[in-house]
Design a protein around this ligand. Sequence first.
Ligand SMILES: [Zn+2]
Length: 336
Amino acid sequence: MQEKLKDLVARATEEAKSIHSEADYLNIKSKFLGKKSELAEYMSQIKFMSSEDKKLFGPLFNKIKNEFEKLFADKLEEAENGSETLTFDPTLPVNDNHGSLHPVTIVGREVTNILKDMGFMILSGPEMDSEYYNFEALNVPKNHPARDMQDTYWLDNGMLLRTQTSALQNRAMRKYGIPLKACAPGRCFRNEDLDASHENTFFQLEGLVIDKDISISNLIYTMEGMLREVFKKDVNVRLRPGFFPFTEPGFELDCSCTICDGKGCPTCKNSGWIELCPCGMVHPNVLEEGGIDSTKYSGFAFGLGLTRLAMMKYKINDIRVLNSGDLRYLEDFNVR
Ligand SMILES: [Zn+2]
């Protein structure tokens, strides 16, 4: 009998491991503790036993019965608690594809960090803005021909989608005053025909420095220092005269094309140069509109094309892929 009981305990202990639900629990409880169970069968034989055996087996049967009840109940509780916290299968293979940041985000963060180290504060402005901040405060009054170059999307409420991060200049001047050293990355919009180098949605980074005695030298020094950090090497840069109503004088800053190394390709329109950044000295009218005395203070501003910069840095030859959502292009940018 004792051997049989040992065997019974071993089997019950083994089967208790398969309790994963209340149904399992009830089945196993019925099997080992029910009226027709092996244990019940042994217990029914006690009346035929000698009084000595009765003394031995009576308490033993009860002990086994109590132990089984506790064992099955414990296993059920374990299963129920486990299912509350374990909502996934920990045995599945690990998927280590966590995605990556968008190239424009990577470049934007890099440039912003570089400028932060150079003492710039980081601002952000609204993508939907008023005609005043996007044009008038920047010395581009109504009917000014320069507005033709920045055709944008007008909204039913009279606002527009900003064509440039410069729309933030007036707010920055009014809010922070001078000395001012700020940058503002953000999304801009133009009503453009799409091709390999034009998009209707793109990213810029505005830089604005205003203080006493700020000159073109400060502008060139800042731009060269920033681009050297971005490309981690000296790149060729050239300044061409450019007309922007909110600068005087204004420049186009070109960078040697990093896709073709200056040999000529569709992105640089076979010129070997990429127009990277309009910049210049802040026009006195813009300073005055921002509440700053243009006879005492001067400043420079630049509107760095983050989208274009990302294309150059990662040798992407078609701007359209950046907004395409084609994940294959992101596979190479495993930065988080
Ligand atoms: Zn090129």
